[in-house]
Design a protein around this ligand. Structure first.
Ligand code: ASP
Length: 327
């Protein structure tokens, strides 16, 4: 190639590169033009998975593209969260995180490979879910008072299921065990879907789970619900007393799920995802199912990316007071 030709080629390449930069807003404009992956950092059938599928299906209709749920399990949800943090920040990978993966895990893992406060763009808070204290069907205690006495008397012999260090079931049961002053044997699962199966099968003794995973089992009598750890009873479990009614007012716990995108995702794309999530939370069918599952739906002011960013910061600080690093 002659020098002259080469110069033209270089100039053309430069123009192409500029075009590339200039095309970013256009990318946001026609977003999404292909399927979006929503990472669920726990096993299928658990609370995070159920909520992701319910809300994801509705968001897909609004966005005009499929949302594919990918269960990336392990290490209390931090494996999937690392995958999401490192994914391309083009809006085609998002994660349904929760109070564990995007707050509490900062305190349980001293070398956590991401910081939920800085490595993600918050999209929207999706739900609030009360924590319910559960036992296997033939666990001897009949009510919360007996549960407290029994667990204190038998702590070393008892198996308490959870979804991995840093997960909601881990952190909220750590809190319960702290209030009771007990240290049972922790049995980790890849989500509370499988943990619930083990409880139903009588392979573990107790579990602190989000109400999302609980209602049909309690109604069917396959497990025992000792108390719901919120100030009020939950309409979907009307016969289950609160921890205060049961004599353990010091134990109050609830959790949340929320959507996040990798850091640096275009704000216009985040806004589209936020609008689709907010629309899903206003959909009659979604609301009815969320209520059936005992979940709270955040108010519009709580659904903004900024509100979620603040929630994450506050919750990281809150959990730092209760949890110690593990390992
Ligand atoms: N939310 C559960 C937990 O952290 C896990 C799951 O969603 O399966 O305990």
């Amino acid at each position: 190639m002659k020098t002259f030709d080469r110069r033209i080629a270089v100039a053309a390449l430069g123009a192409f590169a500029m075009l590339g930069t200039a095309s970013v807003p256009a990318q946001a404009q026609d977003y999404p033009n292909r399927a979006i992956t929503m990472i669920v950092p726990f096993a299928a059938g658990g609370p995070t998975d159920v909520v992701a599928r319910l809300v994801g299906e509705n968001m897909a209709k609004t966005l005009g593209q499929p949302i594919i749920i990918e269960n990336v399990v392990g290490a209390g949800g931090t494996t999937g969260s690392i995958r999401a943090a490192r994914a391309a920040n083009d809006g085609y990978t998002v994660i349904m995180g929760h109070m564990g993966t995007h707050a509490a895990s900062v305190s349980t893992y001293p070398k956590l490979a991401y910081d939920p406060r800085t490595d993600f763009e918050p999209i929207a808070l999706i739900n609030g879910a009360a924590i319910v204290i559960l036992g296997r069907k033939d666990f001897p205690p009949k009510d919360l008072k007996e549960f407290v006495a029994y667990v204190k008397a038998n702590e070393t012999k008892l198996n308490q299921a959870h979804a991995g260090v840093g997960s909601v079931s881990y952190t909220t049961c750590e809190m319960l065990n702290g209030v009771l002053g007990v240290k049972p044997v922790g049995v980790p699962f890849q989500g509370t879907g499988p943990a619930m199966n083990a409880l139903v099968a009588g392979q573990v003794d107790y579990l602190c789970d989000q109400i999302t995973n609980v209602v049909p089992q309690v109604q069917g009598g396959t497990i025992k619900a000792y108390a719901v750890a919120t100030p009020e009873r939950n309409p979907s479990l009307p016969d289950t007393p609160t921890t205060t009614e049961g004599g353990l007012p010091a134990y109050q716990a609830s959790a949340w799920n929320a959507l996040f995108a990798p850091k640096g995702t275009d704000p216009a794309i985040v806004a589209k995802l936020n609008a689709a999530a907010a629309k899903a939370l206003d959909d009659e069918k979604v609301i009815a199912r969320m209520k059936e599952l005992g979940n709270d739906i955040p108010k519009p002011a709580e659904r903004t990316p900024a509100a979620l960013g603040k929630l994450v910061k506050d919750e990281v600080d809150k959990w730092a007071k209760y949890l110690k690093p593990v390992g």
